[in-house]
Design a protein around this ligand. Structure first.
Ligand SMILES: *[C@@H]1O[C@H](CO)[C@@H](O)[C@H](O)[C@H]1NC(C)=O
Length: 450
């Protein structure tokens, strides 16, 4: 058991060495271990927003397009009898510049749900919000559109401290986790909608564990193209195998990817929506009438979605003695899975073969000693590999910082064209069925015949 662990450690270490030796060429297609991952703390520097309803923060986040528009999950809004968004709810957006700096609170003056939003299956669970954040200061944000570009995904939640009073709420540091584990088939089994729309939905079992050991799904998903990242999708709903967010055996969380809804959004907003794309040959879905297929089957569990702040479990619900952790650390880039932990059996020592009987004892001890030595050697190799990797990473970060400093102009936390260093480009979707390339971009004209 232990030996196997050492081996996997060494494999990881060696892969990293190989990656180092190869320099930072493009991301290898196979084997995620080769990919050096951007830390989740990189979420600092990204603008984000939370939807407020009637003066209270919801658990819903807004994928910002600009200082004027953003996407929110349609099931975060209330609707009038005629099917339009109920604007008597006093919707507002609170914007952050990076993780904890506030850009302020702004009234939503228009909200439009997707024309095929289905409140039962949560198909096409997107809505477009218009607001005016920033008066004269204009900025734009980029939507991560091409999944093939991404080396990893970050699931992210922003939150505000409950101030209670009338003062402006304060941002809490964002929570973020790297996607871990492939749960596609389980997610598809739990949700026919997901099974039928895998290009436009993501699924994860990862959740924030609250102090009351209840699950809180992350609000957004970001596509990571090291050293860049861009918001790519919004939390839609969860299928829970169990009774509630506090009492379950499994939870599948589904996210609506925005790329197929950019053309629709551009039409609704009469505005340009910008994509973040690294592959210059990538062509986004530019059909404004796109909608998901709605399958007949039902999810195999309890469905919750939209604003979960009302569902936010009170600490009294299920007292669990093992809840030592509060919330997952935003600084951690480690991968946490709530699902796989149960499958690892208690580890036995490498000398475990000695317990087979008196007459085989000596032989067992010999094998045990050999295994122990092999294990130790492998451990030493792993440690050396890890240290080498650390040094490499440190140097890389230094380089990256230098690069950022060089390119970061006056815009605080604003993503700008120069920020993308590795052949990444951003192209605009102008809402007219064309993909346009904004000015002053070195590579980008190639690959777009418009
Ligand atoms: C989208 O639907 C509208 C209304 O039905 C139609 O006029 C338009 O041609 C469609 N556009 C595309 C690209 O299919």
């Amino acid at each position: 058991m232990k030996v196997a662990n050492y081996l996997s450690l060494v494999t990881t270490g060696l892969s990293l060495l190989v990656a180092t030796a190869m320099g930072e060429t493009s991301v290898p297609a196979a084997g995620q271990q080769l990919v050096k991952r951007l830390a989740t703390t990189a979420i600092t520097g990204q603008k984000g927003a939370i939807l407020f309803a009637n003066g209270k923060p919801t658990s819903c986040e807004v994928a910002l397009v600009s200082n004027l528009i953003g996407y929110v999950a349609a099931n975060c809004l209330s609707y009038s009898a005629d099917g339009s968004v109920d604007m008597s709810q006093n919707y507002q957006v609170m914007l952050s510049d990076g993780t904890t700096t506030s850009l302020g609170m702004f009234g939503v003056h228009s909200a439009t749900a997707h024309f095929k939003y289905d409140p039962t299956s949560f198909a096409n669970n997107v809505a477009l919000l218009k607001f005016n954040a920033g008066g004269t200061r204009q900025w734009k944000n980029y939507i991560g559109a091409n999944r093939a570009d991404w080396s990893s995904k970050f699931y992210v939640s922003r939150g505000v401290a409950n101030t209670g009073g009338s003062a402006m709420p304060a941002w809490q540091p964002a929570q973020a986790v790297v996607e871990a584990g492939d749960v596609t088939s389980q997610c598809a089994n739990a949700s026919p909608l997901f099974a039928s729309n895998m290009n436009d939905l993501l699924c994860t079992t990862q959740v924030i564990t609250t102090s009351s050991s209840c699950a809180l799904p992350y609000s957004t998903v970001y596509g990571v193209r090291d050293p860049n990242l861009a918001v790519a999708g919004l939390y839609s709903h969860s299928v829970i195998i169990g009774d509630s967010l506090c009492k379950y055996t499994q939870i599948y969380n589904y996210y609506t990817l925005l790329s197929s809804y950019l053309e629709w959004g551009g039409n609704v907003a009469k505005s340009t929506i910008y994509l973040f794309v690294a592959d210059s040959n990538y062509v986004n879905n530019n059909n404004p009438n796109f909608s998901m297929a709605v399958p007949n089957g039902k999810p195999s569990g309890l469905v919750v979605g939209g604003d979960l702040s009302g569902n936010t479990p009170k600490p009294t619900l299920t007292p669990t003695p093992t809840s030592s952790s509060t919330t997952s650390s935003p600084t951690s880039s480690s991968t946490t899975t709530s699902t796989t932990s149960s499958s690892t059996s208690p580890s036995s020592s490498p000398t475990g073969t000695t317990n087979s009987g008196q007459n085989t004892e000596k032989k067992g001890i010999n094998i045990g000693i050999i295994l122990l030595i092999v294990g130790l050697v492998l451990l030493i190799i792993a440690i050396v590999a890890y240290l080498l990797y650390r040094r490499y990473k440190k140097r890389k970060e230094q380089n990256q910082r230098n690069f950022m400093d060089m390119n970061d102009d006056a815009g605080v936390g604003e993503q700008d064209f120069n920020r993308n260093s590795r052949g990444s480009n951003m192209v605009a979707n102008n809402g007219q069925g064309h993909l346009n390339v904004p000015m002053n971009m070195p590579y980008e004209r190639k690959g777009y015949g418009y």
